[in-house]
Design a protein around this ligand. Structure first.
Ligand SMILES: NC(=O)c1ccc[n+]([C@@H]2O[C@H](COP(=O)([O-])OP(=O)(O)OC[C@H]3O[C@@H](n4cnc5c(N)ncnc54)[C@H](OP(=O)(O)O)[C@@H]3O)[C@@H](O)[C@H]2O)c1
Length: 198
């Protein structure tokens, strides 16, 4: 398979890439990888697909949000997650579907915060919930065998040191286990799923 992995040089992305080594991989990032893209820009996504061409699978393992307590959160703070995690991923799917071979797949990334709240996580949770709902609903619209799923990871062992103050009492999961959910989405047959790796 020819697979585009946006965020393929990141913590989750690298673990996913490792599991997909038998495939032809194209890694995308803002500055890293084989091709550059900024998911917060529609024209940047369009330009990336013009360069990359047709693929069998589109994976996203990127997205940012401002961690901020709601009582202090401004609309501008919230816009970070809207533009990146929410619209960035959905625009990747909307534009990318035209570059997918018949039977291809789209795999997006959400996260545990929407199901198990952490302080300051409301904006990320909003985006995660939006992506999850989009995936469930979009799956029934595709008529050319295209599948769409998302992976909702717990905090990773590999990221825990950086985030441990926010994730008190959480049991972090290995990146390798999270990566297997992406493999299930890409190489399996399911659609409309959210794989929760909690
Ligand atoms: N790590 C965790 O514990 C964890 C848990 C649950 C959910 N998540 C979610 O999973 C996603 C990936 O997390 P991660 O920890 O692997 O992140 P990471 O290590 O920071 O890596 C992010 C990757 O995405 C690329 N990227 C960032 N912004 C981008 C943009 N606007 N357009 C295109 N590419 C962009 C980066 O490449 P450049 O530097 O070249 O831009 C990098 O390769 C995030 O949405 C995160 O919230 C992570």
């Amino acid at each position: 398979m020819r697979i585009l992995v946006v965020g393929g040089k990141g913590t989750i992305g690298q673990a996913v890439v490792e599991k997909l080594h038998e495939h032809e991989l194209i890694i995308a990032g803002r500055t890293s990888g084989d091709v550059q893209v900024d998911l917060t820009s529609v024209s940047s996504i369009e330009m990336m697909f013009k360069k990359v061409g047709y693929v069998d699978a589109i994976v996203n393992a990127s997205g940012t949000a401002k961690i901020q307590l709601v009582e202090k959160m401004t609309p501008e703070d919230n816009l970070v997650a809207v533009q990146s995690k929410l619209l960035g991923q959905i625009n990747l799917a909307l534009i990318g579907q035209k570059y997918l071979h018949r039977g291809g797949s789209i795999t997006l990334t959400t996260g545990i915060m929407k199901d198990d709240p952490i302080p300051g996580g409301a904006s990320a949770a909003m985006a995660n919930g939006g992506v999850s709902a989009f995936v469930k609903s979009a799956a029934i619209d595709f008529t050319q065998g295209i599948r769409i799923n998302c992976v909702s990871p717990n905090v990773l062992i590999e990221s825990y040191e950086k985030h441990k103050d926010s994730f008190k009492g959480f049991v972090p999961v290995p990146a390798e286990r999270v990566a297997m959910a992406y493999v299930k989405s890409i190489e399996g047959k399911q659609t409309g799923q959210e794989y929760q790796v909690y």
